[in-house]
Write a protein that binds this ligand. Structure first.
Ligand code: ATP
Length: 502
């Protein structure tokens, strides 16, 4: 299989052909111990869709804006003589009464025409096309998003490779999907608007809370589905079906994860880290052997488990303080999970996973610095550094690095220092500016910036608190002493106050 050999001839001792063993024979053999020709595997391939009309449910559960969009889409499709179906996450989430905020639509026919007409009818912000995968995303001005994919057949050149795409019908589109709960389609076509196509009993699986692959070769075909199974199970509160779990474990044992495009594997891992319940998802990823198959030392241990929980805690604090956007928290989780790895192993792993240069700067280059800070902190004793010292320590670090320090030193000084730095210290600036310093008599040039930096630190430590304080501080520290003028006493001696966060 490694060499892409599709057929292995079997000959007798005289060299006469007895038959062939195909790749599919091998795959079937490998998976038969899991599926065992089970009822569960058989009942999915009946060929006849389970049908019902969901128009009432659509009208009831889709937001009005979504409903008007799908109706308009239906009309446009009719004019263009193409067929459109609501598919994937949209159908699943609608059935589950979860909020639908974007629409997944499968198009059988010429998608380019659709991409021309839609902007003529709706205010569109931008369109992103992925010609290689025959998909496109339309971003509407009002925030709605429409994901279009061509109904198509996927042919996998070898297990885990990126799919090569060609066109086909909605049934074939559903056939290539990951799980039964994502393999539902609702017709948006005039004749049968609202009709549900359910070839794999996904509707039933949603009701039973099961994540189930469509066929027994699914995970070997695309091992990233193992991570997706964990995500959906965690997010939706579902169980991974017994058979699917067996197929995942089998694929792990067979080393199939390594056939996956490295960046795809990392992307799926990132999605797992980004789930709301990361700890739960990571436990499942670990339980299924997926972490250990990426690197044997990634198997969770009590230390990494408690570290992941601490990253969860820091993430909650961060989202509450700064909102959900902004920092790629997966980097913090990655630092936590790879904690047991030596620097060499980490570098090798990052290379294998196709980590890019910007990410590597944090995950690899910054890691020894973070460990150094943590080690020094352990030896620090009970003395607490001043805010200016904390600022000097943390300002050269990335945010994920600081957040990792906070998680790793939970409840200790560095945890508090990180929070104070991110929420307050880094925003503190002097009240006077460069012009004020020039008016005081400082010369233009780099010394001006130095003076402003020193003033900022003095302000952080409460050595200066008012404009007058700052001017006095600048005169004293950055101007040559004037012998005939009375010496001003900067308010360094003023009582220490907490820095003003503004
Ligand atoms: P969400 O976007 O809320 O995470 P989703 O179901 O929309 O959930 P996506 O990752 O956006 O998930 O994928 C869209 C659809 O594409 C899925 O519903 C699934 O049917 C299909 N899909 C995505 N990845 C795969 C895969 N690796 N194998 C098969 N089908 C896939």
């Amino acid at each position: 299989m490694d060499q892409g050999q599709r057929i292995l001839p079997v000959i007798d001792l005289k060299g006469l052909a007895l038959g062939v063993i195909t790749r599919t024979d091998l795959l079937r053999l490998m998976t038969s111990e899991v599926t065992g020709g089970h009822e569960e595997a058989r009942r999915r391939v009946s060929g006849l869709p389970y049908e019902r009309n969901l128009l009432g449910i659509m009208e009831d559960r889709l937001p009005a804006r979504a409903m008007s969009l799908v109706r308009a889409l239906s009309n446009i499709a009719k004019d263009l003589d193409i067929t459109v179906y609501l598919v994937g996450g949209t159908v699943r989430d609608m059935i589950m009464l979860k909020g639908v905020s974007d629409l997944d639509v499968s198009v059988a026919g010429d998608m380019t025409k659709l991409l021309e007409v839609i902007p003529q009818k709706f205010p569109v912000k931008k369109i992103k096309r992925h010609p290689r995968f025959k998909t496109a995303t339309i971003f509407f001005e009002d925030g709605w998003k429409l994901d279009l994919s061509s109904a198509r057949v996927e042919y996998y050149e070898r297990p885990g490779a990126l799919p090569v795409v060609s066109q086909a019908s909605i049934q074939l589109d559903l056939q290539r999907r990951d799980f039964t709960i994502n393999a539902l389609a609702i017709s948006l076509n005039e004749d049968d608007f609202g009709r549900l196509f359910d070839f794999y009993r996904g509707f039933q699986d949603i009701k039973e809370g099961l994540v189930r692959v469509l066929h027994s070769l699914s995970i070997i075909e695309d091992p990233t589905r193992a991570f997706r199974a964990v995500r959906f199970a965690t997010r939706l509160g579902f169980k991974i079906s017994k058979m699917t779990q067996g197929l995942i474990e089998n694929a792990v044992r067979g080393g199939f994860l390594h056939n996956t495009h490295p960046r795809r594997l990392l992307t799926e891992l990132i999605y797992v880290f980004e789930e709301n319940e990361t700890y739960k998802a990571m436990e499942l990823v670990d339980h299924l052997g997926l972490l250990a198959s990426i690197h044997p030392d990634l198997k969770l241990n009590p230390i990494t488990k408690s570290l992941i929980r601490q990253v969860d805690r820091v993430r909650d604090w961060f989202h509450l303080t700064f909102g959900r956007e902004g920092t790629p928290f997966w980097l913090v989780y990655f630092l936590a999970v790879t904690e047991p790895l030596s620097q060499d192993d980490l570098e090798r792993l990052a290379k294998n996973l196709d980590v890019n240069r910007k990410e590597a700067k944090i995950l690899i280059n910054e890691r020894p610095k973070l460990n150094g800070i943590l080690a020094r902190n352990r030896r620090r004793g009970s003395s607490e550094p001043k805010p200016s010292e904390i600022d000097k320590l943390l300002s050269p670090l990335s945010w994920p690095g600081i957040l990792y320090l906070m998680a790793k030193s939970s409840g200790e000084f560095l945890d508090r220092a990180g929070a104070a730095y991110l929420a307050v210290y880094r925003r503190v600036t002097p009240m006077i500016d460069g012009d004020d310093l020039l008016n005081l008599g400082l010369k233009p040039g780099p010394s001006l910036q130095k003076a402003l930096s020193a003033l900022r630190l003095a302000r952080l430590d409460g050595e200066v608190t008012t404009v007058e304080d700052e001017k006095a501080y600048a005169r004293k520290n950055f101007l040559p002493p004037q012998s005939d003028s009375p010496q001003e006493v900067p308010s360094i001696l003023a009582p220490t106050q907490a820095p003003d966060p503004q």
